[in-house]
Design a protein around this ligand. Sequence first.
Ligand SMILES: NC(=O)c1ccc[n+]([C@@H]2O[C@H](COP(=O)([O-])OP(=O)(O)OC[C@H]3O[C@@H](n4cnc5c(N)ncnc54)[C@H](OP(=O)(O)O)[C@@H]3O)[C@@H](O)[C@H]2O)c1
Length: 337
Amino acid sequence: MRKFHTAIVGATGVVGQEFIKILEQQGFPMASIHLFASDRSAGRKMLVGGKELRVKEATAQSFDHVDLALFSAGSEISQYLAPFAVQSGAVVIDNSAAFRMEPDVPLVVPEVNTEDLKGHRGLIANPNCSTIQLVVALYPLHKVNPIKRVIVDTYQSVSGWGAAAMEELSNQTKAVLEGKSVVPHVFPHQIAFNLLPEIDVFLDNGYSKEEWKLVHETRKIMHDETMAISATCVRVPVYIGHSEAVHVEFSQPMSREEARHILAEAPGVKVLDDPAVSLYPHAWSAVGSDDVFVGRIRRDASSPNGLVMWVVADNLRKGAALNAIQIAWELNNRGWI
Ligand SMILES: NC(=O)c1ccc[n+]([C@@H]2O[C@H](COP(=O)([O-])OP(=O)(O)OC[C@H]3O[C@@H](n4cnc5c(N)ncnc54)[C@H](OP(=O)(O)O)[C@@H]3O)[C@@H](O)[C@H]2O)c1
């Protein structure tokens, strides 16, 4: 089997660390691994496969002899460095929002649109965390009964905003419990014991950028520009795991039994749905899992063709690092790298 010289840009971040963990767990075929971050982390040692590796500063020259570059250091870094990596002959899988909506850049969730990887030009975009878990649950239903409209409300963990946001939740929680005052740094308001309906910047149309990403990325991945979608994205004081209340309107009515059956057979989905014994997905139990969990499946009492469900996934795994590595496996298995 071919082995890949692999680079991780943003290796010290929460997603970068998850990349390392999953590459090891899955035995991804690597000839070598190179860890990159900012100059602040240069020289820091990280454990990979039991060996200590030094983190280097990511520069335009970092990608000579790299076959696969996994980027997770934010849009600005991707915009600047990904073109150098591609020019050096690497295939880039980028976790940031920098290239997702460019028409010639595949935006891929392997359970939905692997074929879009065919003919890639060296740059592949990994979707937003909240989009990935949504489309994994929607697509199998859409194939059977085309979806007309989706309304989704998200409950997104702080790890979706990186390591500093997790630290902020810890510090604020401790401060509140000790009766001390809280000064927010990462989020605009206190996140401990609170909910914030603001993720990323607000746009002129009143939606946040996170909500708008969810709309347009879902349409691109599912190849349906006509699907009506509206979202409200909320940050919640949970460390890891995004949850979504999803209201779907199909072309035809769909019973909860049919939806359950379709989802139980769907790749990457696990149905947890027995309200009588309080069985449904929740963020705490999704941490460390690869599946997208679906429960609380029910007919929408307000719409004849409507269905409601609750969708939960580990945002650092399926919502970020795992999805990117699944893309790398698909490229390898199909000889597209
Ligand atoms: N967290 C999620 O659930 C999630 C999901 C999907 C996509 N993403 C995307 O993944 C990216 C990283 O997110 P994260 O949550 O891992 O953030 P994070 O924990 O804040 O980590 C950021 C990483 O980027 C590196 N970095 C910052 N400035 C850099 C520079 N000038 N040059 C090279 N590296 C630099 C940091 O290195 P230092 O340690 O040296 O500062 C660190 O390794 C973002 O684009 C985010 O939108 C995140």
